[in-house]
Design a protein around this ligand. Structure first.
Ligand code: 3PG
Length: 311
């Protein structure tokens, strides 16, 4: 069995070393294609792969067709919008993710970016504190839970709305101490800072629009550590034009990055490259989870973290 680690954004070398060791001690071959710049390199590298470990790398029909022996793809991370699930199902390929493994890393970045912008990039001018502000979590998965936990340390009030959980479900997650809300409107209306934590699905694409954003306070802050496609960029630009104190903080550079930068140089911040999961800790957690899921898949047929339908 050949396991290929194919990541255009490489893992920490410690993570790669530990993954290699785990795969090889299970008796499989480990190969890597890291830091590739050209998709044709990926198409060549997958040729003999039976298993793939990836990050945000696009795994579509073309890649699957180039890998006739492919049986399993593990997205070392949470979001799998980069994998064509239907194409995988058609070819009897199992697709899995590693939920929760990089959640704390993303959550810490949320606060890093938030404080950085509230303190005006540490330029010495008068900034704002986050303590006692109302933080709204849009969705309540693994990252949102970590954000809620950290927010309590800052004495923030944490509101949460989930499109898939009821307020009663949220109430049962008592350890996170969130105030459960029953609609996204209520969330935006009652939060000074809204942090997005939903996956990119057809139902969530473009879900943050003008109507929702206009419910926030005039000096509201929107944080996006999830996916750029969740936000209607032109609506956000309109809100920021209308509200001279509104801020946008993102770990996923928007399509209209240059425009945001030119129009709102002090109220807009984007990381130059998505950095949420880019810590050695998260790399080790997600990488080893991916490696062990592949071993369990081949050895025991374990498909516990499968995200696509079976054919
Ligand atoms: C995820 O979905 O797990 C995060 O967005 C991290 O993505 P990355 O592995 O491409 O950094």
């Amino acid at each position: 069995m050949k396991v290929l680690l194919a990541t255009s954004k490489p893992f920490a070398s410690q993570a790669v070393g530990e993954m290699k060791q785990m795969i090889e001690s299970a008796g499989y071959q480990f190969e890597k294609l890291e830091n590739y710049a050209d998709r044709t390199q990926l198409l060549v590298a997958v040729k003999e792969a039976n298993a793939l470990i990836i990050r945000s790398d696009i795994i579509d029909r073309e890649v699957m067709e180039a890998a006739p022996g492919l049986k399993v793809v593990v997205r070392a991370g949470a979001g799998y919008d980069n994998v064509d699930l239907e194409a995988a199902t058609l070819r009897s390929i199992c697709v899995m993710n590693t939920p929760g493994q990089n959640a704390n890393s993303v959550a810490e970045l949320v606060f890093g970016m938030l404080i950085y912008l509230q303190r005006n990039r540490f330029d010495g001018s008068v900034g704002r504190e986050i303590s006692h502000k109302r933080l709204g979590l849009y969705a309540f998965g693994n990252v949102a839970k970590m954000v809620a936990r950290i927010a309590r340390g800052f004495s923030m009030t944490v509101n949460a709305y989930s499109p898939i959980l009821t307020p009663d479900d949220l109430r049962k997650e008592g350890e996170y101490g969130v105030v459960p809300l029953s609609s996204n409107k209520e969330l935006f209306e009652n939060s000074d800072i809204v942090s997005l934590h939903m996956p990119l699905l057809e139902e969530t694409r473009n879900c943050v629009n003008y109507d929702l954003l206009s419910l926030m306070p005039c000096d509201g802050v929107l944080i996006n550590s999830a996916r750029k496609e969740l936000v209607v960029e032109e609506d956000l630009i309109r809100i920021m034009e209308e509200r001279p104190y509104f801020q946008y903080i993102t770990d996923i550079m928007p399509e209209r990055h240059e425009e945001f930068l030119a129009r709102f140089p002090k109220r807009y911040f984007s990381t130059p490259k998505k950095s949420g999961a880019q810590t050695s800790d998260a790399n080790v957690n997600a990488g080893l989870a991916a490696a062990s899921q592949i071993v369990a898949f081949f050895r025991d047929g374990d498909e516990r973290f499968r995200v696509n339908n079976k054919s």
